[in-house]
Design a protein around this ligand. Sequence first.
Ligand SMILES: Cc1ncc(COP(=O)(O)O)c(C=O)c1O
Length: 369
Amino acid sequence: MNRPYNFSAGPAAIPEEVLHQAASEMLDWHGSGLGVMEMSHRGKEFIAIYEQAESDLRQLLAVPPEFKILFMQGGGIAENAIVPLNLSRGATVDFVVTGSWSQKSHKEARKYAADAHLAASGEASGFTTLPAPAGWQLSRGASYVHICSNETIHGVEFHELPDLKALGSDAPLVIDFSSHVASRPVDWSRVGLAFGGAQKNIGPAGLTIVIVREDLLGHALPICPSAFDYKTVADHQSMYNTPPTWGIYMAGLTFQWLKKQREGEHTGVAAMEQRNIAKARLLYDFIDASPFYVNKVAHNCRSRMNIPFFLADESRNDAFLAGAKARGLLQLKGHKSVGGMRASIYNAMPLAGVQALVDYMRDFERGAA
Ligand SMILES: Cc1ncc(COP(=O)(O)O)c(C=O)c1O
């Protein structure tokens, strides 16, 4: 069966091979007589699944040993509170607001930090550009600086993480990498903490990945719930409370799939990066060459994962979406706050899927679809 291409921003497409494997193991994982959802998280079967997933993620993202990998619950939105509860020390924190997600994070942090200072914002441009780091108004002695390294709704992405030291700040950088985790390598020398929900590039909703430098643990505010205290979670290998076992298992299958991916001499995440560059280029080049479609994001900060675009004649939006669906191109409607269309082309979207979208867009423009 040929499945349709799914352009959802999340929960999003999962590699078909992973879905098949999960289906085949649903009733009986490796002869254990149990499905993964039915296993104790403390049993040797699940511990093996957990340890493999953790070590594969560490290898795929080249996470240095001084960072802990935590598998939590709550998603990115819960992390908007959990990060300041753990890292703010009740003092000043800096935010660079580049779209809806960092805006939400900024608002939530105000509840916990003495001052959630707005160091820079892309709002004046309608979040179509990223404010240049050289102009950021960073606070002296801030507990951390928060950015969203890929804004899922506005389609802007940091192609290089800021070097805070070079900007005169000693604060750790916190990145919300929910919507581009595992799509490209991470420069850990510039990061103190990264968090992301799994439901875009890694697996089903319900699992949140937090990767945090060890020296940042142990400073949670007294009001921080124990289940959300990173040190407690780390000390219990993410099993202080019952972890999202199914999500961890599915993420583990996705990591195995990622490890097998090759593009030329590249493997794993580096291979995905090459593929993601090619996919994004195909779609952006087509949009830029057409008078019928528009993407408003500045070229140097266009997301490789989430590509919002508009029809020059917006009265044809419904017809565009209906025609796309008829061709097996699903979930292209833009986020309600931005309108238009959005193609999310995460790791599980093959180049052929983006080609099918471009072919459809060309036909629609010509009145042939
Ligand atoms: C960049 C980013 N951060 C945070 C979130 C919120 O994630 P959740 O709904 O899992 O809490 C999303 C969800 O789309 C996102 O794209």
